[in-house]
Structure formats: C-alpha cells, structure tokens
Design a binder for this molecule. Structure first.
Ligand code: FES
Length: 151
C-alpha cells in the first residue's frame, strides 16, 4: 500500500500524474504474445518516454505500482482509465488500460500505445523513486534525490 506521495514535479504536470496499482492478473494479460503484437513499442525502446529504470514491459520500478503522466501523446487530451477486461465498447481484445475518447487512442495498463491509433508514442513515465516501501516521490530520480539530500 502506498501511504504517501511526495511530489516534486511542477504543478501543471502534477495534476495529471496517475499512480495505478496493478494486480498479478493485469500484469499477466499485458505480457501475452497476442497482446504484445498489438502494441507499437512493447519494450519501451523510445528513450524519451520513460527513465532508464522504467524501460521494460511494466514500465515501472515495482510492477505492482505504475506511475504515469495521463496526457495523451497525440494532442494532449486526458485518457480515461479503463481497467476492465473486454468491455462492450472497447472490444474483446481490451485487457485494461487508458482510452482517449478524443480520437480513439488506446494504451495498455503500462501506458504502451496500440498500433494503428493516432497517438505516436507510449504515455510518459516521469522520474520517480520509492522513498520508502509506502512512499513514492514523483518528479525526481533516486540518484538525484540522494545528491540533493532529499532521498
Ligand atoms: S488527443 Fe488523444 S487521441 Fe487525440
């Protein structure tokens, strides 16, 4: 359980940060070959979209907790969090994620964008680290926090 979030992002971005707790079943569904082949960048190879420590399938330090900036990479709208599996309006292949109703962009629960939608890249994962097991500091990497004495 996360008890506290210590934000160090600027105010404008802070209001768009999402922290999502993902179940083991959510993580399993995101890694099936059928799901991965629907994604544009399943391994987070686009360097600008996340820190180095979040460049994996889960795009997180701790797979259970996902920290992301909820701003669509198409034109900057706010995608809806849709964690349910196969809802009628999103179809049987939907494994949970973020849906941007503006132009129909889709992201999975790691913010990885689907192929064939307007958004060009995965959602942005901001710098962050676990200050303690129950506190995430968002906006600063662990090394930077240590150097500044905030770690
Ligand atoms: S702004 Fe999200 S799909 Fe266009």
């Amino acid at each position: 359980m996360i008890r506290r979030i210590r934000p160090t992002l600027n105010e404008a971005l802070l209001s768009f940060v999402l922290v999502v707790r993902r179940s083991a079943e959510m993580l399993r569904l995101m890694e099936t070959p059928e799901h991965r082949q629907r994604l544009r960048d399943p391994d987070s190879t686009e360097y600008t979209q996340q820190p180095e420590y979040a460049r994996d399938a889960w795009r997180s330090i701790n797979a259970e907790y996902f920290v992301v900036i909820g701003i669509c990479t198409h034109l900057g709208c706010v995608p809806n969090f849709r964690p349910e599996v196969a809802p009628e309006d999103l179809g049987p292949a939907w494994v949970g994620g973020y849906f941007c109703p503006c132009h129909g962009s889709r992201y999975d629960l790691a913010g990885r964008v689907y192929s064939g939608v307007p958004a060009p890249t995965n959602l942005v994962v901001p710098p962050h680290h676990f200050h303690t097991t129950t506190m995430i500091e968002i906006g600063i990497d662990y090394e930077d926090a240590m150097q500044s004495g905030k770690g």
